[in-house]
Design a protein around this ligand. Structure first.
Ligand code: SF4
Ligand code: SF4
Length: 422
């Protein structure tokens, strides 16, 4: 699809503004009722899904010039998907998230994107990772763990570490825990080491389609050559890319997030926790593991009007409203750890609020990204918890970077709690 394919849909946006809020029957307080971080921060309609529909219409009609403001309006969308879930509850036949992403892609085609995204693109092109770190050191995190190298051997399962776990040394113990659990389970798997490439999710969210397709196809080729059928990852971005974006490029693999893997071991009584961790925690649902982690469902068909009024799709279009994301598994892991008391925030599961790390915002709009992370941390603090737990390295880094000295709340990856409790 391209932005022009949304021309009719743009006219159907009813300006109801439901996309700015969590569904009203889920609102628990005014303080945490909003769902779209960008309108929450900029407080101007153009920074909502509704506003981006209007901006897109003006671009398609060639009524406006592409100014820096237009670039900012598009690229401050974190592609968190909260508007999409809300819109689909109010309406059923609009795709605001896909439209906003196509808006970004359209601007990229016109060479209009934040300068910081240009640097990320360079990093991806030269080093196949978002940070521009030496690609040959990508597998260093696994040193000494004796994991199969799938560039030389074969296995049906690959563990994909992703850019963040591969290069952020503060996260090395966390990612090593993931594979230590896999080793202990006796499963036959391997890693791609230095040959692994960025999943491309960030470039996709930035509208950089060419970079995304190149990375995705390269990963798919490597995996197919190694006989891979299943991908395990501990990164929510990677999970979303492999599960939702790769199938349309020929990457039809089973995709498992490490929390699903661990949860399965707990349920089969193959993993038990022996140590108590006396801690009240709250869990942050990463957007790309939750509502954006739904499986890909291909659709090809026609848009028609019923009785010349109601838009219908034939065959019926799959409705992606976030309910099939990964929500129960991390909660079950936390509840299985002796001493942990899980207290929920107000915006959870498919109505979760973003951590601020999406869409290349931390690099291009650091103040905004940090404000979003703090908003979520305020909600976490309101539960009275001592720790904010998540299951994605990007969320953890976003919260950690936004933390202040006076914050008494710990920011924890769920894998670190698992390690401590074993
Ligand atoms: S909820 Fe959907 S229909 Fe309503 S204003 Fe937002 S994008 Fe438009
Ligand atoms: S994807 Fe997130 S940031 Fe973008 S418009 Fe929707 S709710 Fe706002």
């Amino acid at each position: 699809m391209a932005l022009k394919d949304y021309a009719k849909e743009i006219e159907r946006c009813s300006a109801c503004s439901y996309c700015k809020w969590i569904p009203f029957d889920h609102v628990k307080s005014w303080r945490f009722a909003k769902n779209c971080p960008s309108i929450d921060y900029f407080n101007f309609n153009n920074y909502s899904a509704r506003g981006r529909y209007l901006t897109s219409r003006s671009i398609l009609r060639e009524e406006i010039e592409i100014t820096q403001e237009v670039v900012d309006i598009a690229h401050t969308c974190l592609t968190c998907g909260a508007c999409d879930v809300a819109c689909k509850i109010s309406r059923y036949n609009l795709e605001p998230l896909e439209m906003v992403r196509e808006l970004k892609a359209e601007l990229v085609k016109q060479n209009r994107f934040p300068e910081a995204h240009g640097q990320i693109l360079q990093n991806l092109t030269h080093e196949a990772n978002v940070f521009g770190k030496d690609r040959h050191r990508r597998g260093d995190w696994a040193e000494g763990l004796n994991i199969k190298d799938l560039t030389r051997e074969t296995s049906g399962i690959v563990f994909h570490a992703g850019c963040s776990y591969s290069f952020d040394e503060s996260l090395t113990p966390t990612v090593r825990t993931a594979v230590e659990i896999m080793n202990a389970s006796g499963v036959d798997y391997g890693i791609m080491g230095a040959a692994e490439m960025c999943c491309g999710a960030r470039s996709h969210a930035m509208g950089q389609d060419e970079a995304f397709t190149k990375l995705a196809k390269a990963n798919i080729k490597l995996w197919k050559r190694a006989g891979v059928k299943t991908i395990v990852t501990a990164c929510a971005d990677g999970y979303h890319a492999f599960k939702h974006l790769y199938p349309s490029l020929g990457g039809d693999f089973e995709v498992i997030h490490i929390v699903e893997f661990i949860d399965r071991l707990i349920r089969e009584q193959r993993l038990t926790f022996t140590k108590e961790i006396p801690l009240q925690v709250t869990y942050h649902d990463p957007c790309h593991l939750g509502r954006m982690g739904e499986p890909y469902e291909p659709w090809e068909g026609e848009e028609k009007k019923f009785k010349n009024q109601i838009v219908v799709h034939e065959p019926r279009k799959p409705r992606k409203n976030g309910i099939h994301g990964i929500y129960d598994e991390p909660r079950h892991i936390l509840e299985s750890i002796p001493g942990i008391n899980l207290v929920e925030m107000e915006r959870i599961r498919e109505f979760s609020y973003c951590c601020g790390a999406g869409g290349g915002a931390p690099e291009a709009y650091p103040e905004y990204s940090s404000w979003v992370a703090r908003e979520r941390m305020e909600e976490a603090k309101a539960t009275g918890s001592q720790a904010l737990v998540t299951a994605c390295p990007w969320c953890r880094t976003s919260f950690t970077s936004a933390s202040r000295d006076e914050d008494s709340m710990q920011i924890v990856d769920i894998l670190d709690l698992v390690r401590k409790a074993l």
